[in-house]
Design a protein around this ligand. Structure first.
Ligand SMILES: *Cc1c(COP(=O)(O)O)cnc(C)c1O
Length: 235
């Protein structure tokens, strides 16, 4: 039987093959790479189709949208907050997210910690770093990341699990390879510091048009929207 959302199944097959090939280039397997399906602006029916095809991780960049979909999509799946997070909105998502990818300042980390404490939970986070230095991107500056992470390490209800970055938009992924290798090098430097409560097991980097290069450079979380669900109608 074929349905109107079968293209999602086909897209997912293609993405999985591409992940497998890129992983092989860096001596890894497809299973070592976590695929976060970025469902921002995508209608619930399409998201459910993706879940039915095996997607377990969903990424949203806006708090309100995540909260709405969390209630609507009544399936066994994990939610990731991947976009800029305002401190006053932490309370809405604290009990809903598996991983917050976009912690880029101490005040935000402190608020997540306070809210996590209140509900007796340890929350996994990634520290977002602006490797490219592009003005329009959020993220801590690379030279400030270590100091930020040292401060965050004192927050008992947070667990730093790694780093995240967003590369500048490009149609030529080779042009942003340095961003991915830069994040990887930074994570190695931070790992060497052996900071209590901090580990660098995850590198969240790579989107629809650059995920293969990101995987070659060590990504083990990729965040893919367009290549799975098609072009977004709005941002
Ligand atoms: C939208 C978004 C993505 C996915 O982008 P695509 O190019 O559609 O794959 C990944 N990460 C973040 C932070 C995003 O906001």
């Amino acid at each position: 039987m074929s349905g109107q959302y079968d293209y999602i199944k086909r897209n997912l097959e293609i993405i999985r093959e591409r992940i497998e090939k890129a992983a092989a280039k860096s001596g890894r397997k497809a299973e070592d790479i976590m695929l976060v399906a970025v469902s921002k602006t995508v209608e619930p029916e399409k998201i459910i189709k993706a879940i039915d095809e095996g997607i377990t991780e969903l990424g949203e960049n806006r708090v309100q949208e995540l909260v709405q979909k969390y209630d609507i999509i009544n399936r066994d799946c994990n939610w990731h907050l991947i976009g800029h997070l305002q401190t006053n909105k932490v309370k809405y998502i604290i009990d809903k997210v598996k991983l917050i990818h976009s912690v880029d300042r101490y005040s935000l980390a402190a608020e997540i910690n306070t809210r996590a404490q209140k509900i007796g939970k340890k929350v996994d986070i990634l520290v977002q770093v602006n490797i490219s230095g592009e003005q329009s991107k959020f993220g801590a500056a690379a030279q400030d990341a270590l100091e930020l992470i040292r401060k965050i390490s004192e927050l008992e209800n947070l667990r730093v699990r790694g780093l995240m970055t967003i590369a500048p938009y490009t149609t030529n992924p080779e042009a942003v390879r340095y961003v991915f290798s830069g994040l990887r090098k930074l994570s190695i430097d931070i790992e060497k510091e052996n900071i209590n409560n901090i580990n660098m097991e995850y590198l969240s980097m790579g989107m629809s048009n650059d995920f293969e290069v990101a995987i070659e450079e060590g990504a083990n979380i990729v965040r893919i929207g367009t290549a799975l669900f098609g072009e977004r109608k709005y941002i």
